[in-house]
Write a new protein. Structure first.
Length: 299
């Protein structure tokens, strides 16, 4: 899994399912058994605009795990953040019990997905990572930044990071395999004639907005440059442009995903029913055990 500082270009080159956000530190991700999940990336600075959240769960947990639209993906973003909050809390308790410092790591942030883009969120916040409100702030490592970067976590910190990642992985067991299959199914839609045709006007739309990018790949090269330069205003402007130009694309693709999900639910009926009966309870138990709360972003 790529390091959190690797950005949009890395995501698109390796596995273009996740658009942005912040990964767990490399050690935590690997220890947590997430090797089969699409890599994540993002810009380490918090977004300038605060994000509004809701804590209300949908009546059917299936749409949380298997998003077909940007609106659905807000549920998925919250579900993904919850075990990372748990991992952070386990790590904090562990280092505190050993009298050690919290290892440096980015704040838990909402992760957005390129194959199911949340256009409302992107229009309002651009492509910066958006930390989860209420999650613990990232802690600086002891000593100078240069020394911390050179030495990395010590033995106690590595043990605690591993414990945190294990707690997160244990929580994901009830739905991760099913969700990974869903991401693969969504990715397969890219080669369909309908999905390809939906992009017909995307480049022309970028040109009308005076964005010099011939296609989506070139557009994200530009986003990558803005993020690395710390251009907050330009980043947010590109987010608004992307949302406008992707709107007709998503209007065509959402019905395709919804039909695909209908078939997926029939094909995986037993797995889904098991997940529906177990996951809500497991969410409540995780919240109570670590004093955290699931939340979902709103535009």
């Amino acid at each position: 899994m790529p390091h959190p500082d690797q950005r949009v270009r890395t995501v698109r080159r390796l596995a273009p399912v996740l658009l942005l956000g912040l990964a767990l530190p490399a050690l935590s991700a690997c220890a947590g058994g997430e090797g089969d999940r699409p890599p994540v990336s993002g810009h380490a600075a918090p977004a300038a605009r605060p994000v509004t959240v809701t804590h209300a769960m949908p009546s059917d947990i299936t749409d949380v795990v298997l998003p077909a639209s940007g609106t659905d993906s807000r549920w998925t973003q919250g579900l993904d953040a919850l075990p990372r909050q748990a991992a952070d809390e386990v790590t904090r308790r562990c280092v505190a019990s050993h009298g050690a410092a919290m290892p440096a790591q980015p704040p838990v942030s909402f992760i957005r997905y390129s194959d199911v883009p949340d256009l409302g969120f992107i229009a309002g916040h651009g492509f910066d990572a958006v930390p989860v409100p209420g999650a613990s702030d990232a802690a600086p490592a002891a000593g100078s930044p240069a020394a911390a970067a050179a030495s990395g976590p010590d033995a106690t910190q590595r043990t605690c990071l591993t414990r945190g990642a294990t707690a997160a992985a244990d929580f994901r067991k009830s739905y991760l395999s099913l969700q990974n299959q869903w991401w693969q199914a969504i990715t397969s839609l890219k080669s369909s004639p309908e999905a390809s045709a939906a992009f017909g006007g995307f480049s022309d739309c970028l040109a009308r907005h005076e964005v010099r990018a011939k296609d989506e790949s070139a557009f994200f090269d530009l986003v990558d440059e803005r993020l690395q330069a710390g251009d907050t205003k330009g980043n947010r402007s590109l987010g608004a442009t992307y949302a406008a130009c992707m709107k007709p694309v998503e209007s065509a693709r959402v019905p395709l995903r919804e039909r695909l999900r209908d078939g997926f639910r029939k094909e995986h009926r037993e797995e889904i029913e098991k997940m529906r009966s177990e996951l809500p309870r497991e969410i409540r138990e995780l919240e109570q055990r670590y004093g955290i709360r699931i939340s979902f972003p709103a535009p």
